[in-house]
Design a protein around this ligand. Structure first.
Ligand code: NDP
Ligand code: GDR
Length: 337
């Protein structure tokens, strides 16, 4: 039986990956940080909490990482934990640098010392591409991060590559484009939209307030993406791979797809700070722009080229953007019943 350790097991991807690895017969260990109220909601929703061995774990704590790896010595180590909200990274730049950047070398250096046979996965991100250099973006696209989060993740990405090249560790980075699900954190735009629309569909009156409606994202389903992570660690050679759908969508269009999934008929009017959406059927205001959600620097367009993952890993996403919007909107609608 193989053993895996997942940092960030309580997060969206951690929960889906834990379920996938359990189904594949792994012994799954996960890192949980100490907070005032232990939170295993996502693992509970997937019905796997009791099957995961949980360890007290914090990315900021070098000796804790050292002891945990010494105890578990996993066959595979997935580093999914992070301060993952781009918007918060301008308010928490030093913390984000430590947790999303420095922590990666804490783990890699411990693996090098204690468990060099362990295969390592780093959660890199399309946010590293930042200011558009080319479209679509692939493993060879120049990096130009636009947020403290993106900058920290670039360090994590390059130090993973460096430990692979310096010490021969089986260390891979997945450059994942945005992936969502009903388990997505409520602060991310897709979930904020589907939660807000579900409440409006149930008779609520609070329009969803959003920022930049023109940003474009390549959105896939988290369940598909964790399968790609696992496939990367099954290769004989470690490498870096983009996972993406190859389709990009504006925030506005995602909003429309989610609204339509709940039976709404959207009408858009105004521009920029004055943009609004209403439901033609009821006349209800569904969305208004609030500039407080604009970011100091924006990533305007993400569109990924996942040919390498398709050809080498045999990986392909199964859920398209309309299916994803519908899945999330209906899940939130049902949960509010
Ligand atoms: P989530 O925000 O849902 O989960 C983050 C996890 O990290 C949570 O389990 C959280 O714990 C944990 N965590 C945060 N800080 C620490 C810390 N100091 N020590 C230990 N654990 C900590 O993120 P996702 O599941 O969406 O993303 C997983 C990874 O993939 C992240 O690294 C993210 O940056 C990256 N990524 C995500 C993409 C996406 O679209 N989802 C795309 C590309 C990359 P707690 O539950 O206590 O908060
Ligand atoms: P992102 O996701 O920054 O791409 O990072 P997010 O959903 O936060 O933003 C996507 C785009 O939507 C615009 N936007 C808003 N965003 C939020 N959160 N709230 C709003 O009200 C709002 N209005 C418009 C944003 O400006 C942005 O352009 C996610 C995270 O999962 C990262 O961890 C991961 O690395 C990247 O995806 C790939």
């Amino acid at each position: 039986m193989k053993t895996a350790f997942i940092t960030g097991v309580t997060g969206q991807d951690g929960a889906y990956l834990a379920k996938l690895l359990l189904e594949k017969g792994y012994e799954v260990h996960g890192g949980v940080r100490r907070i005032s109220q232990p939170e295993t909601t996502r693992l509970d929703l997937l019905g796997v909490t009791k099957d995961v061995v949980l360890h007290e774990f914090d990315l900021g704590e070098t000796n804790n990482i050292f002891r945990t790896i010494d105890r578990v010595k996993p066959d595979e180590f997935y580093n999914l934990a992070a301060q993952s909200f781009v918007g918060a990274s301008w308010e928490l730049p030093v913390y984000t640098a430590d947790v999303d950047g420095m922590a990666v070398v804490r783990i890699l250096d411990t693996l090098r010392t204690l468990s060099p046979e362990t295969r390592f996965y780093q959660a890199s991100t399309s946010e590293m591409f930042g200011l558009v250099q080319e479209v679509p973006q692939s493993e060879t696209t120049r990096l130009y991060p636009r947020s403290p989060y993106g900058v920290a993740k670039v360090y994590g990405h390059y130090i993973t590559m460096n430990y692979r090249e310096s010490f021969g560790l089986h260390a891979s980075s997945g450059i994942l484009f945005n992936h969502e699900s009903p388990l997505r954190g409520k602060e991310f735009v897709t979930r904020k939209i589907t939660l807000g629309l579900a409440a409006l569909a149930h008779g609520g009156t609070d329009a969803v307030e959003l920022g930049n409606m023109d940003a474009q994202r390549d959105w896939g389903f988290a369940g598909d993406y964790v399968e790609g992570m696992w496939r990367m660690l099954q290769q004989d050679e470690a490498d870096d791979y983009v996972l993406a759908t190859g389709t990009t969508t504006t925030i506005r269009d995602f909003f429309t797809f989610a609204g339509e999934a709940l039976g709404m008929d959207l009408e858009w009017s105004g521009e920029a700070e004055n943009e609004t959406a209403t439901d033609k059927k009821t006349g209800k205001l569904l969305m208004k722009v609030n500039p407080k959600f604009y970011r100091p620097a924006e990533v305007d367009l993400l569109l990924g080229d996942a040919s390498k993952a398709r050809e080498t890993l045999g990986w392909a996403p199964k859920v398209d953007i309309r299916q994803l919007a519908e899945m999330m909107a209906k899940s939130d609608f049902d949960a509010l019943k």
